[in-house]
Design a protein around this ligand. Sequence first.
Ligand code: HGY
Ligand code: MN
Ligand code: MN
Length: 430
Amino acid sequence: MSAANTRGARDGGTGPASVGALGVDAGRMMRRIEALAAVDRRDDGSCCRLALTDSDRAGRDLLVSWMKDAGLDVRIDPIGNIIGLRAGRQYGAPVMTGSHIDTVATGGRFDGVLGVCAGLEVVETLNDAGILTERPLALVVFTNEEGVRFQPDMMGSLVFAGGLPLEEALAATSPEGVTLAAELHRGGYAGAAPCGEPRPHAYVELHIEQGPVLDRAEEVLGSVADLQGISWQELTIRGVSNHAGTTPMDLRRDAGFCAAAVAVFVRELAQRMGGAQVATVGQMQLSPNLVNVIAREARLSVDLRNTDDLRLQAAEAELTDFLALLALREGVTIESRPLARTEPVVFDLDVLTVIEAVAADLGQPIRRMTSGAGHDAQMIARIAPAAMIFVPSIGGVSHNPREDTRIEHLEIGANVLLHTMLRLAAEPGA
Ligand code: HGY
Ligand code: MN
Ligand code: MN
């Protein structure tokens, strides 16, 4: 237990004196982050807990045991969201925090996990200090934030917010042909708790920035004011496979060439549009995928993002026009399947103001910024005032085993989360 907590524990009060001195136990939080990272860790150091795989379930089981040990009333909803409740003096809407623990296949230790472990550390710190908040608190672990195995991404929080019908989400099918519903049942996380409850009084999520802004500026804290729109689609390009040596160039219907042309086009499109526009082709599979055979088929993903939805729509329209011309010119067919589409989100100014006031009280400068990544907070913002706290990613690296953040920055971020939640939990109202 860190020194700050013993001060709180002595008087057990919730007055400013004892609360102000309250601080998290960063060592305890870090041990939990490392324990989750160790679950089925890959040889290259990657965390690979794709949604609802056995690895994800092992991480979930570990987390649920910690949440119960911390005295949380843990319930699972039908999309597998894990909701831990801590009673308050009142029965009003809780102050909620959380994030995700599913990862991409080449994940780091902190993406999502920091927000969950920091939320748990807030609970432990209040327990140690004997502090009972006016409002209840809720810690939520959302299912399938990454959207790697099942689309769309931020699925659990989108269902929680009523933005995606539960049945549609349960029917999502992985590349290996299993449904999300089957995986929830297989892993024992097809819960019965009411979907979308409890509706929070406010939601705050601590997350690593996953970009270079704070690290380059040598700053420690960000208050996230908005988050860009995301457009994911899968393209299937069908041409004709033929001999790579004998087929004249003007007779080729080369799906591999077309896939590469799309990757070049979206890069040039983003550069030409400038501003917040970003684009990438992250997945590309060719078949028959042989050195001396012209590719018959190409499947690829396109990820377009922008903070301005009209600009994002313009980028989508330009890509559609390019694909039509490419298909005509190259004699191939191109089908597009939408995978995810979220609009840009502006977070709640009141919650942002509390975050920034807490940072000021802790003597920490804080930069108001935009998130380039999608987060569960953007979905919860549909049903409650929501905002985020960022801490730096060293070198701006994420979705990569080299993802790293200094422990003193993690501690500052968790303390801002702690005191932000305490202030929000003291707010009157229903
Ligand atoms: O893709 C994203 O921005 C998030 O990591 N799911
Ligand atoms: Mn994340
Ligand atoms: Mn991520």
